[in-house]
Ligand binder design. Structure first.
Ligand SMILES: [Zn+2]
Length: 211
C-alpha cells in the first residue's frame, strides 16, 4: 500500500470518529456555542464531501443524521428561550411560598431582565430556570416584596438592591436557607451579559431614576 492510499484509509476511519466526537461536544455544552457548532459543520461538510466523492457512501446519511440532531438541539434551545410563562403575582407568590415550605436546603434566584420579565431559578426547588411575565404590578416591587418577606422587612436587602440598581447595573438576587427553621440569607450579584436595569413607568419607585 502506498503512502497516499494509507493516508486515505486513515482519513476514512478518522472522519466518522471526529464527526461523532464533534456531535457529542456540541450536544453536551450548555446552550448553543459557536465554536462547537462550527467544528461540527466542518466535520459534517468533510463527511459529505468524502461520502459523495471517493469515500464510503454511508458517510452521507451519517453526516445528515448528525446535522439533523444538531438542528433539533438548536430548536429545543430556541423554544426554551422564547417560551415565557405568564403568571399572576399571586401565582408566583404561591411558588415562592412552596420554596419556603420545602424541606432541606433551598437556594433560589430572582432577577428582572431589561424587558420586565422575571428570571426565576429553583422557584419552587427542582424546577430549574425559566422566564415568567407578571400579569400586573411591578416586577421590581415583586422581587423587593419577596426579599423583605424572606430576609426580613426593614433589613438592608431592599435598600442594597435599590442602591445597586441605581448604579445602573442589573442585579441577581440569590436567597438561601440552609435548613428548615434556619434564617434566610441573601446575596446580590451584578448580572453578566444583560446589565441594563428595567424601568417601570407605572411604578412610583421604579419609574425613572432609581432611589
Ligand atoms: Zn416597582
Amino acid at each position: 500500500m502506498d503512502v497516499g492510499a494509507l493516508a486515505h484509509a486513515v482519513w476514512v476511519v478518522l472522519l466518522p470518529v471526529m464527526l461523532f466526537v464533534s456531535l457529542l461536544r456540541f450536544l453536551f455544552v450548555r446552550g448553543i456555542r459557536t465554536g462547537p457548532l462550527l467544528v461540527l459543520l466542518l466535520w459534517s461538510g468533510a463527511a459529505l464531501w468524502q461520502g459523495y466523492g471517493t469515500g464510503p457512501g454511508w458517510l452521507v446519511p451519517a453526516a445528515y443524521g448528525v446535522l439533523g440532531l444538531a438542528l433539533l438541539e438548536i430548536l429545543v434551545v430556541l423554544v426554551k428561550v422564547v417560551r415565557v410563562r405568564v403568571v399572576t403575582p399571586e401565582g408566583l407568590r404561591h411558588l415562592v411560598a412552596a420554596a419556603r415550605e420545602s424541606t432541606g436546603r433551598v437556594v433560589m434566584m430572582l432577577a428582572v431582565v431589561p424587558n420586565g420579565n422575571l428570571l426565576v431559578e429553583e422557584v419552587p426547588p427542582g424546577t430549574g430556570s425559566r422566564s415568567v411575565r407578571l400579569t400586573e404590578g411591578c416586577p421590581l416591587c415583586f422581587v423587593e416584596g419577596v426579599a423583605s418577606e424572606l430576609v426580613g422587612a426593614g433589613g438592608p436587602v431592599v435598600e442594597e438592591y435599590r442602591a445597586r440598581l441605581a448604579g445602573g447595573v442589573n442585579q441577581l438576587l440569590f436567597l438561601r436557607r440552609l435548613a428548615p427553621g434556619a434564617p434566610w440569607e441573601y446575596r446580590l450579584d451584578d448580572a453578566a451579559g444583560r446589565p441594563a436595569v428595567h424601568r417601570n413607568p407605572g411604578c412610583p419607585q421604579h419609574g425613572g431614576r432609581l432611589l
